[in-house]
Design a protein around this ligand. Structure first.
Ligand code: BGC
Length: 389
């Protein structure tokens, strides 16, 4: 693993340790990680949120907890394998499918599919899980996919292979009739991971198709748009590089995307989801501020990444809780009020916020350590008269 807590200074180590403990405390015995313990609508385990949490746990060397999460997913997906196989087959036969009958975005903490009217058809979480599983196996130095996971990985990979280019709800659980840049990024990540884990080139070919679609849209627009129906930017598009590797972090279209995201989505130093968002007045999200910081780390802009990290640090409350979003009530009091009336105040403690804070803190510390190391090599080269390149 390339990022450990010891790269952090003492204060940051304490904050990161506290966030790691928050995730561990909110992981049930079953292995599921609740999205938020204080917001009733989020009392479930989302593949999206929790797969990022597992990644953060692996970065922080909490491999056992990450393993328990992945095993929970294995059992949850085994429970819906007949459904996943039947929708995959129907799709292959060209039959039409009802969104409401598709595999879910979230499960109960016991790993059971919840039958309600949530916009469940969101394929990104399945891709993110495959990516997160591969990261976990690498972190624990396992070269091959354990047998117990083989059939579940195959089921999930076949499902996202078939539905990769379909319209579905996005990572914000909206706009079910469109194709979304960040969803495609997650699918690309999942397909490339599954292709390596299963040694299946067809999955890799599908990933290439996904990338081509994304790039042809970027060529047409000059940057990565939010979706097939919306030329706005969306902060989640930054996942195209980190972590999913559709493009290099220095990609020109991504740079243009980032240069549009920063001015249009910054709110008091944090990052909002997309320009016309109204959810809780569209505050700034730790998840997305960390996402931008991670992109800055990958492009070597460490002081900008540091500003993102500092913004997150300022938003922990006295008990170490880190909410979903901030300042929506100032930006758009009407919509903020609407959502508070409907569901109560936004989540005060969101596990995914902690996860992305951990990721940014560790990635930034690692990049700093590498920079110092390189500078020391240059210095010692100079002292000894050795030429360093
Ligand atoms: C967000 C999702 C997230 C879910 C649970 C929703 O409001 O839009 O991305 O997975 O909350 O945290």
């Amino acid at each position: 693993m390339d990022s450990k807590l010891e790269h952090l200074d003492a204060d940051m180590q304490e904050l990161v340790r506290r966030s790691v403990n928050s995730i561990l405390d909110n992981q049930s015995d079953s292995g599921a990680i609740v999205a938020s313990p204080d917001f009733a609508e989020y009392g479930f385990c989302w593949l999206r949120d929790s797969s990022f949490c597992a990644f953060a746990l692996d970065l922080a060397d909490e491999h056992e907890a990450s393993a328990r999460y992945h095993d929970w997913v294995r059992r949850a997906v085994e429970g819906i394998t007949p459904l996943m196989e039947s929708v995959t087959l129907s799709r292959l036969r060209g039959e039409s499918l009802d969104d409401e009958l598709m595999p879910p975005a979230r499960f109960s903490m016991e790993g059971v599919m919840v039958h309600d009217d949530w916009p469940n058809f969101q394929i990104d979480g399945y891709g993110t899980w495959l990516w997160s599983l591969e990261q976990h196996l690498r972190a624990t130095r396992r070269e091959t996919l354990p047998n117990a996971f083989a059939s579940v990985v195959r089921t999930v990979a076949s499902y996202i292979h078939e539905f990769a280019l379909s319209s579905c709800f996005d990572v914000w659980e909206e706009n079910g009739n469109d194709r979304h840049t960040s969803t495609l990024a997650c699918i690309y990540g999942g397909l490339t991971s599954a292709s390596r884990l299963l040694g299946d080139e067809l999955l890799g070919d599908r990933a290439i198709q996904v990338r081509e679609l994304l790039l042809s849209s970027a060529h047409a627009n000059g940057y990565f748009v939010k979706s097939s129906a919306n030329v706005d930017v969306d902060a989640s598009a930054l996942w195209l590089a980190t972590p999913f590797g559709v493009v290099d972090a220095h990609d020109g279209f991504l740079a243009t995307t980032a240069s549009r995201i920063e001015p249009s989505l910054t709110l008091n130093g944090g990052i909002r989801r997309y320009p016309t968002d109204v959810y809780f007045g569209s505050g700034a999200w730790p998840v997305l501020t960390a996402t931008l910081g991670w992109y800055h780390v990958a492009t070597g802009q460490l002081s900008r990444a540091q500003s993102c990290l500092e913004w997150i640090v300022e938003h922990f409350d006295d008990q170490g809780l880190l909410g979903e979003q901030f300042d929506g009530e100032l930006r758009d009091p009407v919509h903020h009020g609407f959502w508070v009336e409907k569901w109560g105040p936004p989540a005060k403690d969101l596990m995914w916020s902690h996860a992305m804070f951990i990721v940014l803190a560790l990635k930034l510390a690692r990049a700093r350590a590498e920079e110092d190391h390189a500078a020391n090599r240059v210095d010692s080269g100079r002292d000894s008269g050795i030429r360093t390149t």
